[in-house]
Design a protein around this ligand. Structure first.
Ligand code: UDX
Length: 437
């Protein structure tokens, strides 16, 4: 059993810290944000993530998990340190590493015994050696440490499951001592035969970006195929189903939609392109995926305008779904932001509803009229748009919807409603690459 400190108690840090404590280690999650730590100490979970509350409570009760705003003390008492602070988008798409490098200085200043220092945050290739340099420079006693890259692949909405039952664990290190300690941290996963890739630090750093960018490319590709289906009159769901049966393609991440968003794909694709530019290599495929994604978000707006014959001024538009995907309250880079901006600009009256993200969207659009049920949102509207694939929207009773709206116009940006039912009920509808009226 190890003493572990997770520095940065945001999304990645909190889920990872709670998950590692569930593996049986003593974990302290630490953060300079005293308010956040106080909330966590009082049992409040500051983010929306299914299963997290239960995971945290279980491990706090077992005295394996605690929270502290004393970062220096937490560093001193730990055998293994996880860096999990944010790496937001900086200039020209490159990652802003200031928080990570600040933590590296704090680690150097408090290095009192051999430790494994492990980065979970997504950092550009080469950051590992920068962190090691800073620790060496700021450590007075030249105490030995090992640096490890251990990227996370958590998806918002299923992060707890992804942490406890990952597809794979990546450990990038340069000493057998560090590999052994990391294997011990993830011991329960070894017992479960989770694939563990042991590699160099740089390779581990690249694996994270290469994976996220690949998935972004896959989505953008499917979105562009869906757009072709629109023009041809083909059904993209049949196309993707048939493609996915081919084991080389796999059925996952073939679902077309309004464009990808969130805290990872948009940022990581840009960061990878920026790295490739610096290295003088080409990454045209990823550049195109980024551009295709921008166009996809615009295309949803165009679809709406076409559906309403460009007459949106003073029309009441009901937006169902604000989060960038279901099971999260995150609205970062959400296609709904583009939709709301365009409609606001053109004088539409917007009514919106998201089961979890109303408050976060109100931080972007203060005067947004948010509602607490789909029924209330669609009442007397001229058009309904599905922007997020929440289950409660999948189950909408379309006859009831038709009774509530003023005009039965509907844009399904997630392809979750049954076309046959929309047809039968006489909706004027559109979707992403399926049949159109
Ligand atoms: C992603 C990665 O999956 C995860 O491994 C990484 O650690 C962080 O980034 P996340 O951003 O939570 O996770 O969401 P994900 O479920 O991967 O979806 C990303 C975006 O792609 C969303 O906007 C989603 O709506 C979109 N998407 C996904 C599609 O449009 N179609 C699909 O088939 C799948």
């Amino acid at each position: 059993m190890k003493n572990i400190a997770v520095i940065g108690t945001g999304y990645v840090g909190l889920v990872s810290g709670a998950g590692i404590s569930d593996f049986g280690h003593n974990v302290v999650c630490t953060d300079i944000d005293e308010n956040k730590i106080k909330r966590l100490q009082s049992g409040e979970i500051p983010i929306y993530e299914p299963g997290l509350q239960e995971l945290v409570s279980r491990n706090v009760q077992a005295s394996r998990l605690s929270f502290s705003s004393n970062v220096n003390k937490s560093i001193k008492e730990a055998d293994v340190l996880f860096i999990a602070v944010g790496t937001p988008e900086g200039e020209n798409g490159a990652s802003d590493l200031s928080a990570v490098l600040e933590v590296a200085r704090a680690i150097g200043n408090n290095l009192n015994s051999y430790k494994v220092i492990c980065t979970k945050s997504t950092v550009p290739i080469g950051t590992g050696s920068k962190i090691s340099d800073i620790i060496n420079k700021s450590s007075i006693n030249s105490i030995e440490f090992d640096y490890v890259s251990n990227p996370e692949f958590l998806r918002e909405g299923s992060a707890v499951k992804d942490f406890l039952w990952p597809d794979r664990v990546i450990i990038g290190a340069s000493s057998s001592r560090a590999f052994d300690i990391m294997k011990n941290v993830y011991r329960p996963l070894y017992i479960n035969e989770t694939p563990v890739i042991e590699t160099t630090i740089e390779t581990a750093e690249l694996i994270k970006y290469a994976s996220n960018a690949f998935l972004s490319v896959k989505i953008s590709y499917m979105n562009e195929i869906a757009n072709m289906c629109d023009e041809i009159g083909a059904d993209v769901h049949v196309v993707s189903k048939a493609m996915g049966i081919d084991g080389r393609i796999s059925p996952k991440f073939l679902h077309p939609g309004p464009g990808f968003g969130g805290s990872c794909f948009p940022k990581d694709t840009k960061a990878l392109v920026s790295m490739a530019e610096e290295l003088g290599t080409n990454l045209k495929v990823v550049e195109s995926a980024i551009e295709a994604n921008r166009l996809q978000k615009e295309r949803m707006v165009e679809k709406l305008y076409t559906l309403l014959k460009n007459d949106v001024k003073d029309k009441t538009i009901a937006i169902l779904g604000l989060a960038f995907k279901a099971q999260t309250d995150d609205v970062r880079e959400s296609p709904s932001v583009n939709m709301i901006s365009a409609l606001k600009n053109d004088g539409a009256i917007i009514k919106a509803f998201d089961p979890a993200a109303n408050d976060n969207m109100k931080k972007i659009f203060e005067d947004l009229d948010t509602n607490t049920s789909w029924e209330e949102t669609v009442k007397d509207s001229d058009c309904v748009i599905i922007m997020t694939e929440w289950n409660e929207f999948r189950g909408i009773d379309l006859s009831k919807l038709k009774e509530l709206v003023k005009d039965p116009n509907l844009l399904d940006c997630r392809n979750i409603l049954k076309i046959d039912d929309l047809e039968k009920l006489g909706f004027n509808y559109d979707n992403v690459g399926r049949k159109k009226r």
